[in-house]
Design a protein around this ligand. Structure first.
Ligand code: NAP
Length: 275
């Protein structure tokens, strides 16, 4: 078994991005809209701010009250679309239930949509065209590339079909000529399917759900899950790492696998908006 070290790969990418930034004619600027007081969102936004600062990217946070109305949110997005110093816009989810998140995503200029959630970018990904794709699955593709894991002709099983991870992951793998099966909570006989996989990507948010008996000998296992155990507060993935690791050829740990790739891929997208 070999460990896929996302921390190492993301650090290497960071150095490459620093170098790239030196030669950019236009300074990239990321605006993040955060609504309400979700604690996890605050942590994620702070991490993005810190990374922008390290790289020398302008960072602006727009923290809105949880009672904000849709028209005010839309007004802010239109204002940011028109602001030339803001090259990238991100709406941090979750947002309060009374707001229409899809309408908000659709209002973001697709050229500034670094999360890849605008229908134009979703469509471009489905068509195999250039555009912004969600950062976590793009980060997974980069890890596979970095470790010379070629998915062409391989059976890749994606578990989870969210708009943020599972669906775009499946699209990226199809675009890379993999044979892809997507599983979700209604899938019957999940283990029978995963046992035929050369590559398993799991993003379901269920600690240690994928066990050794579900994995084929020599498979590649990518664990996107981030779960905090209630008693120990330890962060674990969706894969039963200790038991699965000896069965696979490659595996990502949690933490230190896919996680660090998401934020560095976001930075790469932000830089692209200024190129
Ligand atoms: P989500 O929106 O809740 O989607 C979960 C998906 O898993 C759904 O498609 C659901 O199926 C499926 N699912 C749930 N239980 C299942 C089961 N028992 N068997 C098969 N499929 C099952 O979650 P998400 O946003 O994609 O995130 C998934 C995990 O990845 C979470 O732990 C999250 O924290 C983590 N994550 C990590 C990163 C990172 O940077 N590493 C980024 C994003 C997310 P249905 O569609 O049928 O409900």
């Amino acid at each position: 078994m070999a460990l896929i070290n996302g921390k190492y790969v993301s650090e290497k990418m960071k150095q490459e991005l620093k170098e790239k930034l030196l030669h950019l004619k236009r300074k990239p600027g990321l605006a993040v809209i955060r609504i309400g007081e979700d604690a996890a969102s605050k942590i994620y936004v702070n991490l993005k701010a810190k990374m922008c600062e390290e790289l020398g990217i302008t960072f602006m946070e727009y923290h809105l009250d949880s009672n904000i109305q849709q028209e005010d949110l839309m007004g802010l997005i239109y204002q940011l679309n028109a602001n030339d110093e803001i090259t990238a816009i991100l709406l941090q989810s979750p947002i309060p239930y009374h707001l229409n998140i899809l309408q908000a995503f659709e209002a973001i200029d697709p050229a500034k949509d670094v999360d890849g959630f605008h229908p134009t970018n979703v469509g471009r990904l489905a068509l195999g065209l250039e555009g912004f794709a969600p950062c976590t699955p793009v980060g997974v593709m980069k890890l596979l590339e970095e470790y010379n894991i070629n998915v062409e002709g391989k059976h890749c099983v994606v578990i989870g079909r969210s708009n943020i991870v599972g669906r775009p992951m499946a699209q990226l793998l199809i675009n890379a000529n993999a044979t892809v099966t997507v599983c979700h909570s209604k899938t019957k006989n999940l283990a029978e399917i995963t046992k035929t996989a050369d590559v398993v990507v799991v993003a379901i948010g269920k600690p240690h759900y994928i066990t050794a008996d579900m994995i084929k000998e020599g498979a590649v296992v990518i664990d996107v899950g981030i779960n905090r155990l209630p008693d120990s507060k330890k962060v674990v993935g969706d894969v039963d790492f200790d038991n699965v690791k000896d069965k696979c050829s490659y595996i990502t740990p949690v933490p230190g696998g896919v996680g660090p790739m998401t934020i560095i891929t976001l930075m790469e997208n932000v830089i692209k908006t200024a190129e």
